[in-house]
Write a protein that binds this ligand. Structure first.
Ligand code: CP3
Length: 342
């Protein structure tokens, strides 16, 4: 395998000092890029995910066009429920739809913990191809959804602001919920290990809905399972946990041994650092909507963010995914400002 020419993000995750702060953006391969939209108009979402040539081409677009310091494999967190036996559709302008959601113990009998090579081998093939396209230019990030966030979609059956149906399932049928969470966890461990075997240099766990749970429930329904995943990857690759809104549990997340923790824009970097401790790298945390502001304002905001993280390991990022409406020049201004800062 070719040596990485830019390993800034890996060095930050090891706690080493670097000449500058590395930068990437969650959802960096997406609809704000005209070349992504061209492929989107030609192929369905899951066609793009399942065809290694398309997934690899989309993955490297932001590396070549925006200049980020890492690629993240083009896929989706919902490929895991799919491989476990559920039907998943992406409905234009409505988001994910799982027409036969999990509602009872009996529904769990429809699910399996798949052989990941069989069910998700296309992701591993996309990773191998992307590594060859990148030829060592930047590291490649693998990813999976956290078990709690996947349960949200598998039980609710669609997106939601509150996921009350998923919570009701947990609070009314806790045994079934834990059985489901454990099946997702077992699948995810095999899946992420497979991604690392295929060439992913680090992995991120997306717990997009972690912040819907209070601290005790976050431990019970989310962190307990994330902890198993981090432990299983300990000797394989560095792990970043991004549990959006779950800032109250940063200390507990740091204690899992994860090398990086993502934070959103609703907590000050200094406060996050006080909770997380000195060792772990923090990733974030610009409000993605700030990229809609005029470029001079973006520059000011980014410098303010970098100042606030200064002195401890930091990976610059947005606090959540980039919005489709962001002009490409604004995304570039975000990345360029980080690169020029010292
Ligand atoms: O970051 C990247 O560039 C890699 C690709 C990536 C996608 N989804 C592609 C995608 C990643 C890391 C994800 C993760 C994901 N998917 C999460 C966790 C991160 C987060 O944003 O909270 C979640 C909750 C999902 C589930 C999902 N997939 C939703 C809610 C949607 C619809 C909303 C939307 O943005 O359109 C998707 C579809 C999806 N996944 C798209 C992309 C590029 C849009 C598909 C399209 O219309 O082209």
């Amino acid at each position: 395998m070719s040596q990485l020419r830019n390993d800034l993000i890996l060095r930050v995750l090891r706690g080493e000092s670097t000449e500058r702060v590395p930068v990437w953006m969650m959802r960096q391969a997406g609809r704000y890029l005209p070349d992504y939209v061209k492929l989107r108009n030609k192929y369905s979402f899951f066609e793009r995910c399942r065809t290694p040539e398309l997934a690899a081409e989309i993955t490297i677009q932001p590396v070549e066009q925006i200049g980020v310091d890492a690629a993240i494999i083009f896929s989706d967190i919902l490929v895991v429920p799919q491989a476990m036996g559920m039907e998943v559709q992406l409905v234009e302008s409505k988001g994910p739809l799982l027409p036969e959601p999990i509602r009872s113990t009996r529904d769990l009998d429809r699910l399996l913990v798949p052989d990941v090579e069989e069910g998700l081998g296309y992701v591993f093939d996309a990773i191998k191809l992307t590594k060859s396209y990148l030829a060592g230019a930047v590291p490649l990030i693998g990813f999976a959804g956290a078990p709690w966030t996947l349960l949200c979609y598998m039980v609710q059956g669609q997106g939601s602001k509150t996921f009350d149906g998923a919570k009701a399932f947990c609070y009314m049928q806790p045994d079934a919920a834990h059985r489901l969470l454990q099946m997702i966890t077992d699948t995810t461990i095999g899946y992420l290990r497979g991604q690392v075997r295929a060439g992913a240099d680090l992995v991120q766990i997306f717990d997009s809905w972690g912040g819907l749970l209070g601290p005790d429930d976050f431990e019970t329904y989310s962190l307990r399972y994330i902890r198993q995943i981090v432990a299983a990857l300990k000797d394989a690759a560095p792990v970043i946990i991004f549990a959006k809104g779950a800032w109250h549990s940063l200390a507990e997340m740091a204690a899992t041994g994860a090398q990086g923790l993502g934070i959103d824009w609703c907590i000050r970097p200094q406060a996050a650092r006080a909770l997380a401790g000195e060792r772990v790298a923090l990733q974030g945390n610009l409000d993605p909507a700030k990229l809609l502001a005029p470029i001079p304002d973006i520059k000011k905001e980014v410098i303010g963010m970098l100042d606030a993280f200064k002195g401890h390991p930091h990976i610059a990022n947005l606090g959540h995914g980039i919005l489709p409406e962001v002009p490409v020049s604004h995304a570039r201004a975000f990345v360029e400002t980080v690169k020029q800062y010292s």
